[in-house]
Design a protein around this ligand. Structure first.
Ligand code: NAD
Length: 489
C-alpha cells in the first residue's frame, strides 16, 4: 500500500498518528491506502510553515508568482492520464470523467495566471484638489481548503491557484476517502519548486478540520461538502473571525417541456443524472415532465437508465462506476426502498447490482423512481447516487413553483425549444446555476461557481473574479500632495 504523507514546508512527513481511515478502490472493495487522521499538531505545523512563508511570497511580484502556476499547469497536463487513473481507482468514476475534472482544474490554473491583470488596484485622482484616492488589493494571508470526496482533483483548484497567485500561502485538507489524488498532485507541486511553506497538505477528517477552523493564523477558509458540514464550518469559522465560503449539498431539478427535442434531452439528462454515479453536486436528480412530455420522456429515460454500461471505470466502454463506499451503497439502496414505501414506483431498480469480475464492488445501477411525491422524504433528501426521481405537472408555472419549493438551490435545468419559456425559467428559478438544454451547468473557470439557498453559505464564490475577491482584501488609501510642496524642488 502506498503510504499517505503530509507535505509541509516542502518536506514529505509521515505523521505519527494512532488512527487511520482505510481507502478502498470502490470498484473492487479492496483496501489501497490508509489515510492518517491528523489533528491539531499537524495542522499547526502546516499553518506555521504557511505563515512563515507568507511575507516573502507576498512580496514576490505577481508576474513572478504566476510563473510557478504556468509550470504547474504544464505538469498537470503532462500527468493527466496518471492523475485520472488515480481518481478512478480511489473515487470510482470512469477515466473519461476523471480526466474531464482535471481539464476544469487546469482551466482554473490558466485563469489564475491572469492575476497580474485581475488584482490590479484602482485610482481616482483629484477627489479634492491635490488629493488622490487609491484602492489596493492585498493578499489575506494563510488560507485553507477543506475538500469533499467526489472531485478529488478539481475542487481544490477552484481556489488554490487564485490564492497563490494573489500572494497567499495555503493548506489543503483533502477528503480522507480520497487522499491519493492530492498526494500525486503535490508530487507535481514539489517539482514546480514553490518556496518552502507556500503550499502544504494535511490529511485527516474532523479533528484536522476543527484545527483548521480554530487556528489563529488561518485567515480564510473554503469548504465544499454536504450541507450539514457546510453549516458547521460556516458557523465555526465565522465565530473565529475568518473569511469563509462553504458550498453544500444539492437536489437539482430538470424540467422537460413537451416541445423539447426528446432524444437529445434524454441523452443529456441521463449523462447528468447517472454520470459519476450521481455523485456530483450538479447532477440532475428530479425530473419534472410537463403535460404531454411525460410518456415519451419516461420511456426514453428508462431505456437510457437500463442500458447504461456499469463497471470498473478503467475498463473499456464503461459509462458509470461504483459508489464511493459500502455505507454509501447501503444508504442509496435504503433511500430507493424508502421511495417505494412513500408511494413512488421504481421503473428501473438498480438495487442488488453485482458486476462480473468485480463482485466486491459497490455498484448500484441507474434507477428511475416515478410518481415521487413533493414533500416526501425521498423528495427532500439528497441521495447522491444514480437515482432519478420523476414528477409530473401540467404547466411550466407549476414546474417552476415545484423547483423553487425545494430547500436546495444549486442548479436547475430546462429542456425546451421555446425562447420565452427559457427566459421565464432563467428569470424565475431560485438557483445559482441554470442550464437551458444543458444537464450539468458547470461554469467555466472564468465565471463564479456556487449555489443558492441551502447549497451555499457565504458571499464570495469560487473561480474567476469571485476567487480574486475572496483571496484579496481591499485597502483604500487617500493621499494629499499639495501642488505648492513641489515648488520646493
Ligand atoms: P462531507 O461533508 O462528508 O465531507 C467534506 C469534508 O468535510 C471532508 O474533508 C471531511 O473530512 C470533512 N468533514 C466531514 N464531516 C465533518 C464533520 N462532522 N466536522 C468537520 N469536518 C467534517 O462531504 P462528502 O461526502 O465528502 O461530499 C459529498 C457532498 O459534497 C454532497 O453533499 C455534495 O452535494 C457536496 N458537494 C457540493 C459541491 C458544491 O459545489 N456545492 C461540490 C461537490 C460536492
Amino acid at each position: 500500500m502506498e503510504p499517505i504523507l503530509n507535505y509541509i514546508d516542502n518536506e514529505w512527513i509521515d505523521p505519527q498518528v494512532n488512527d487511520y481511515a482505510v481507502v478502498i478502490n470502490p470498484a473492487t472493495g479492496e483496501g489501497i491506502a490508509k489515510t492518517p487522521l491528523c489533528g491539531k499538531a499537524e495542522v499547526d505545523m502546516a499553518a506555521k510553515a504557511a505563515a512563515d512563508a507568507f511575507p516573502a511570497w507576498r512580496t514576490t511580484p505577481v508576474q513572478d508568482r504566476v510563473q510557478y502556476l504556468f509550470k504547474l499547469r504544464d505538469l498537470l497536463k503532462a500527468h493527466m492520464d496518471e492523475i485520472g487513473r488515480t481518481i478512478t481507482n480511489e473515487c470510482g468514476k470512469t477515466l473519461d470523467e476523471a480526466k474531464a475534472e482535471m481539464v476544469r482544474a487546469i482551466e482554473n490554473v490558466e485563469v489564475a495566471c491572469g492575476m497580474p491583470m485581475m488584482m490590479k488596484g484602482e485610482i481616482s485622482e483629484d477627489i479634492a484638489p491635490g488629493i488622490d484616492e487609491i484602492m489596493l488589493r492585498q493578499p489575506v494571508g494563510v488560507c485553507a481548503t477543506i475538500a469533499p470526496f467526489n472531485f478529488p482533483g478539481m475542487i481544490p483548484f477552484w481556489y488554490l491557484p487564485y490564492a497563490l497567485a494573489a500572494g497567499n500561502t495555503y493548506v489543503i485538507k483533502p477528503s480522507e476517502k480520497v487522499p491519493m489524488t492530492m498526494q500525486l498532485i503535490f508530487k507535481l507541486i514539489e517539482q514546480v519548486g514553490f518556496p518552502k511553506g507556500v503550499v502544504n497538505l494535511v490529511h485527516g477528517s474532523k479533528d484536522a478540520v476543527d484545527a483548521i477552523l480554530d487556528h489563529p493564523v488561518i485567515r480564510a477558509i473554503t469548504f465544499v461538502g454536504s450541507t450539514n458540514t457546510a453549516k458547521y464550518i460556516y458557523r465555526r469559522a465565522a465565530e473565529n473571525g475568518k473569511r469563509v465560503q462553504a458550498q453544500g449539498g444539492a437536489k437539482n431539478p430538470v424540467i422537460i417541456l413537451p416541445d423539447a427535442d426528446m432524444e437529445m434531452a434524454t441523452k443529456i439528462i441521463a449523462d447528468s443524472a447517472f454520470g459519476c454515479a450521481g455523485q456530483r453536486c450538479l447532477a440532475v436528480s428530479m425530473a419534472v415532465t410537463v403535460a404531454e412530455a411525460r410518456n415519451s420522456f419516461t420511456e426514453l429515460i428508462c431505456d437510457a437508465a437500463a442500458s447504461r454500461v456499469v463497471g470498473y471505470g478503467l475498463d473499456h466502454g464503461v459509462q458509470m462506476g461504483p459508489l464511493i463506499n459500502q455505507a454509501s451503497k447501503e444508504r442509496v439502496e435504503q433511500l430507493i426502498g424508502l421511495g417505494a414505501n412513500e408511494g413512488a414506483s421504481a421503473l428501473v431498480d438498480g438495487r442488488g447490482t453485482t458486476i462480473k469480475g468485480y463482485e466486491g464492488g459497490l455498484f448500484v445501477r441507474p434507477t428511475v423512481l416515478a410518481d415521487v411525491q413533493p414533500g416526501s422524504e425521498i423528495w427532500k433528501t439528497e441521495i447522491f447516487g444514480p437515482v432519478l426521481s420523476m414528477m409530473h405537472v401540467n404547466t411550466i408555472d407549476e414546474a417552476v413553483t415545484l423547483a423553487n419549493s425545494h430547500a436546495y438551490g444549486n442548479q436547475a435545468s430546462l429542456f425546451t425549444s421555446s425562447g420565452s419559456a427559457a427566459r421565464k425559467f432563467r428569470y424565475e428559478v431560485d438557483a445559482g446555476n441554470i442550464g437551458i438544454n444543458i444537464g450539468v451547468a458547470a461554469p467555466m473557470a472564468f465565471f463564479p461557481f456556487s449555489g443558492w439557498k441551502e447549497s451555499f453559505f457565504g458571499d464570495m464564490h469560487g473561480q474567476g473574479m469571485d476567487a480574486v475577491e475572496f483571496f484579496t482584501q481591499k485597502k483604500v488609501v487617500i493621499e494629499r500632495w499639495p501642488k505648492e510642496w513641489s515648488r520646493k524642488f
